[in-house]
Design a protein around this ligand. Sequence first.
Ligand SMILES: *[C@@H]1O[C@H](CO)[C@@H](O)[C@H](O)[C@H]1NC(C)=O
Ligand SMILES: *[C@@H]1O[C@H](CO)[C@@H](O)[C@H](O)[C@H]1NC(C)=O
Ligand SMILES: *[C@@H]1O[C@H](CO)[C@@H](O)[C@H](O)[C@H]1NC(C)=O
Ligand SMILES: *[C@@H]1O[C@H](CO)[C@@H](O)[C@H](O)[C@H]1NC(C)=O
Length: 495
Amino acid sequence: MKDSDKIVLTPTHQQRTSNPHSPKLFMLWLILAVSLTYFIYTLKLVSTSTTCNHSPLSINLHSSTTTTNTNTSKLTSTTPHKTHLKHVVFGIAASSKLWPQRKNYIKLWYNNNTMRGIVWMDDETVKTDPNEGLPMVRISTDTSNFPYTNKQGHRSAIRISRIVSETVRLGLKDVRWFVMGDDDTVFVTDNLIRVLNKYDYKEYYYIGSLSESHLQNIYFSYGMAYGGGGFAISYGLAKTLVKMQDRCIHRYPGLYGSDDRMQACMAELGVPLTKEIGFHQYDVYGNLFGLLAAHPVTPLVSLHHLDVVEPIFPNATRVEALQRLTVPMKLDSAGLIQQSICYDKEKKWTISVSWGFAVQIFRGIFSPREIEMPSRTFLNWYRRADYTAYAFNTRPVTRNPCQKPFVFYLSKAEFNSTIHQTVSEYERHRVPHPECRWKISNPSALDKIIVYKKPDPHLWDRAPRRNCCRVMKSNKKGRMVMDVGICKDGEVSEP
Ligand SMILES: *[C@@H]1O[C@H](CO)[C@@H](O)[C@H](O)[C@H]1NC(C)=O
Ligand SMILES: *[C@@H]1O[C@H](CO)[C@@H](O)[C@H](O)[C@H]1NC(C)=O
Ligand SMILES: *[C@@H]1O[C@H](CO)[C@@H](O)[C@H](O)[C@H]1NC(C)=O
Ligand SMILES: *[C@@H]1O[C@H](CO)[C@@H](O)[C@H](O)[C@H]1NC(C)=O
């Protein structure tokens, strides 16, 4: 062990200490390099100014430079086609025991007419009805000849890790991305495509996200995609992975699960995790509200562990609650649960809109930097209310009885074609509020909040930024009307 440590360490050490260039030579090099860059830059400016490209395809243009960098006329005349849902194959890890309940999560997001997917099952006891519109079911090949020595885990991890290879070996045509998920993962497929379009499928990409649990990330890795939240493997990478994965899995009999086996092979391939924080493993218990209502400024790609947490809307079953979320998802997937923060200056309220999910009103003024932190409505993966357990900041639940937020949950959403806007309604969650002696207006006078928002499919083609919200005039008692959309020039969330 010590010898190998030395071998790894010496080269970097040498690089740091050696200094082969004299100062004069260095200056000469610098001048040469600067003039050369200037020359190339000028050339580029001239060639691009003639072909103005404002289409959303311009994202792909960048990635195409890696493959066609020698011929500039090709670069500007042909842009590679955008990735669509038809270019994705989903590989879903399932077990026959849980299938009768879990298939209901897949039905929420999967469409057999527009998507391709395979559910990989552990045995053949599951019967499928083609009318259910679920992905086709296949039985994973036997893995009993693979060694497995982990005392805590289960050897089904090998089967699940191999789903990528098994899906690739089906040889489906025109595939650009293999996307893995569990049977309790819900994908927002439009947003998945938005994220995948940032990357060149011909190159090697391993895209996903971490656990919310700092300890899980320490125990497994801060460089591992947590499979429940889903992860994507580019076609380029999949082609190479399939040739080595079985040999690789043989080398790691002591690992616990399928995700760490996948990461071990990625490490052998030298491919790091590309983090996209819209994939959600959700290694938490209790109420997801805080996390959903303060989603990071990135598209919502997936939700997981929905059996573990409470239903995301009160007074509904888990599946009913998610079903409700699919309504705004269809109207404006890019904006789904995106947060905007504004103030009712007269009433001295802070308002947070998580579009398509919930609106919160706080008495008093909270700064955006407080409100954009998830509030601690959830417990950690060890069922404790311990905020040091997370790999991100959280906001404590306020002690002041006046500052308990009034929550309004989505009750209805539709598109109004006269005004070309979505109209979503949020009803007050009627829970007892502690007595408050502040003299400012009481949000409990409101029953309903109506939010107008123009669908914005190109939201993520621009630099990430929260939308702005505004309180509109309303003459109906018990109602507040709001507007959410792109911030106007100079508009900020200013108390
Ligand atoms: C660049 O590509 C175009 C179109 O594919 C081709 O007509 C042209 O000859 C190429 N130029 C060079 C220098 O390879
Ligand atoms: C899904 O659709 C394909 C055709 O697009 C059909 O052949 C297949 O039977 C369907 N699968 C299920 C499980 O409904
Ligand atoms: C809960 O839902 C049921 C049926 O959907 C409804 O009848 C009932 O009024 C709801 N309760 C509350 C407190 O909203
Ligand atoms: C759409 O909005 C217009 C203008 O506010 C309103 O008159 C109309 O009733 C709305 N249509 C629907 C279907 O709600």
